[in-house]
Design a protein around this ligand. Structure first.
Ligand code: C5P
Length: 223
């Protein structure tokens, strides 16, 4: 993308997993390195945007020039996203845990008791859907990811509609795709205008192309 494609635009990106505490030392979490989300934040910054990255626990450095907010849980992530509004573009790239433990234990749960503990779970807020369906301050462009192992396009399109997104980036995560933690990604972009499949690329290349696609959509929407 041109270095000024997103000049003057505000972009919010979520990245990484969330960790939902079971007790002070254990958690429920998803597999996510944060590499794709962080690369998108960096690419948006390179394209001239003012970027806020809301990151769950990852082993990556904060991208240069990006305001990075570190959170642990889905509810903290949602709060940080809402505080960062308004924005022109929202990209939900985080692997948010679908459930959290109703009440995390204040002390480490000891093993060796007669029965292993059972966990009572409650659903986490869907951050992407909440942004997509906002009446006030809805970003002009809302993009989410769909990591699917089967019937990728069909599930991704259903997700786009149910979450009120403009774009879903569908990625192949089935056996052998090696997306989690890897440096490459193979995606199909799905919007109301149709779909577009890209070859297997590095996550940095996918990020640059996504940012270019977002900038184009945004300028079309403004005309
Ligand atoms: O429903 P599913 O988790 O497959 O949808 C994935 C998309 O939704 C991703 O863009 C992810 O960041 C977002 N998401 C979210 N909050 C959740 C669950 C998913 O923002 N609680």
């Amino acid at each position: 993308p041109s270095t000024a494609a997103l000049k003057g635009r505000r972009v919010i990106v979520t990245s990484g997993p969330t960790h939902e505490p079971i007790d002070p030392v254990r958690y429920i979490g998803n597999r996510s390195s944060g590499k794709q989300g962080h690369a998108i934040a960096a690419a948006a910054r390179e394209a001239g945007a003012e970027v806020t990255l809301v990151s769950g626990p990852v082993a990556l450095a904060d991208p240069w020039g990006v305001t990075t907010i570190h959170v642990e849980t889905a509810r903290e992530m949602q709060q940080a996203v809402e505080q960062a509004l308004p924005a022109d573009i929202f990209v939900g790239a985080a692997a948010v845990a679908d459930w959290r433990v109703v009440e995390a234990a204040p002390e480490k749960i000891k093993k060796g008791a007669k029965n292993p503990p059972s966990l009572a779970l409650v659903e986490n807020p869907d951050i992407l859907a909440a942004i997509g369906r906002r009446k006030r301050d809805r970003p002009a462009l809302v993009a989410g990811f769909a990591a699917e192992t089967d019937r990728l396009i069909e599930h991704a399109e259903a997700k786009r509609l149910s979450k009120g997104c403009d774009i879903i980036v569908a990625n192949h995560v089935g056996a052998g795709a090696n997306v989690f933690g890897g440096d490459r990604n193979e995606v199909t972009l799905i919007s109301a205008a149709g779909r577009e499949s890209w070859p297997n690329l590095t996550k940095t290349e996918v990020a640059a192309r996504l940012v270019a696609a977002f900038a184009k959509k945004l300028s079309e929407a403004r005309q």
